[in-house]
Design a protein around this ligand. Structure first.
Ligand SMILES: Nc1ncnc2c1ncn2[C@@H]1O[C@H](COP(=O)(O)OP(=O)(O)OP(=O)(O)O)[C@@H](O)[C@H]1O
Length: 263
């Protein structure tokens, strides 16, 4: 049962999702209204939408950290909470403010989720963390540095290594290039593209950065009106007539970034 959807090529299946938050005096804020979305195995799906459209909430629901009001979210055919309770580690997440533990070294930060499981001896955990450090393009000379002594780009890389420590098939990225200068942002995108290819990862990414969006996405899902209003390639999504899409993609910044798309 667990692998049924997996075999069919669906990594995440979201059906009839409603998310509501109480707003006092009996009022509720409806963030998602009957939202459906399939995330295919091996794709890099970007979620875009205006502020407050529930992109981060959706990532947290895929991770099993946020309750649904109604509907279902299944990762590899099972509710995310069920997967994590079994220690299946199907999902890794790079949080937007993916702060590292400041009192821990780089290697201790990367090793943390594995250490928490208490299943492996220390040397194996250390070796696994060193492999991940190398995987994100950092040499062993960085292993014992403290987070305060790292650049923004290095912090993102270490947080990414930590997200990958359990070898999850699905990686969630919340604003992966936010706060990075253009050069660091480009090189982080390059790293993500390489890891996606080499590890065969499925990636779901929230981004406001159009360069990152066009650079990495294999498909784009646009959230507006509490649901997914457009889903497809950049060109397909841009062809959908909706006020948010016109403003976001066809405004000055969007137009410039779209010109760089391969024809
Ligand atoms: N735990 C919570 N309790 C109450 N309201 C919440 C909670 N989490 C999120 N919200 C509300 O849900 C809405 C969607 O939040 P979310 O962070 O997912 O937006 P977003 O699309 O990621 O926005 P942005 O692009 O600005 O980061 C917001 O109005 C937010 O205030």
């Amino acid at each position: 049962m667990i692998h049924r959807l997996h075999e069919r090529g669906t990594m995440v299946e979201i059906r009839g999702l409603w998310t509501e938050f109480p707003r006092g005096r009996g009022q509720v804020q409806v963030v998602h209204r009957d939202l459906d979305l399939d995330i295919r195995r091996g794709e890099i799906l970007s979620l875009v939408g205006g502020s407050g459209t529930g992109k981060t909430v959706l990532l947290r629901q895929i991770l099993g950290l946020q309750a649904l009001t109604r509907g279902t979210v299944r990762v590899l055919g099972a509710p995310p909470a069920e997967l994590s309770a079994r220690g299946a580690a199907a999902v890794g997440m790079l949080f937007q403010h993916g702060a590292l533990f400041s009192a821990f070294s780089v290697l201790e930060n990367i090793a943390f989720p594995l250490r928490e499981l208490k299943l492996l001896p220390d040397e194996l955990i250390r070796d696994a963390a060193l492999v991940k450090l190398q995987m994100v393009g950092l040499g062993p000379e960085h292993a014992h540095k403290m987070p305060a002594n790292l650049s923004g780009g290095m912090i993102k890389r270490v947080a990414l290594a930590r997200a990958l420590i359990m070898d999850p098939p699905l990686l969630l990225l919340d604003e992966p290039t936010a706060g990075l200068d253009p050069a660091a942002s480009d090189s982080f995108c390059e790293l993500l593209r390489g890891l996606h290819r080499e590890l065969g990862l499925t990636v779901v990414m929230v981004t406001h950065d159009l360069d990152t969006l066009f650079d990495l996405s294999t498909r784009i899902a646009v959230l507006a009106d509490q649901r997914v209003i457009a889903l497809g390639s950049a060109r397909e999504v841009m062809a959908v007539d909706h006020p948010f899409i016109r403003e976001y993609f066809l405004g000055g910044r969007g137009h410039r970034a779209a010109l760089a798309l391969p024809s």
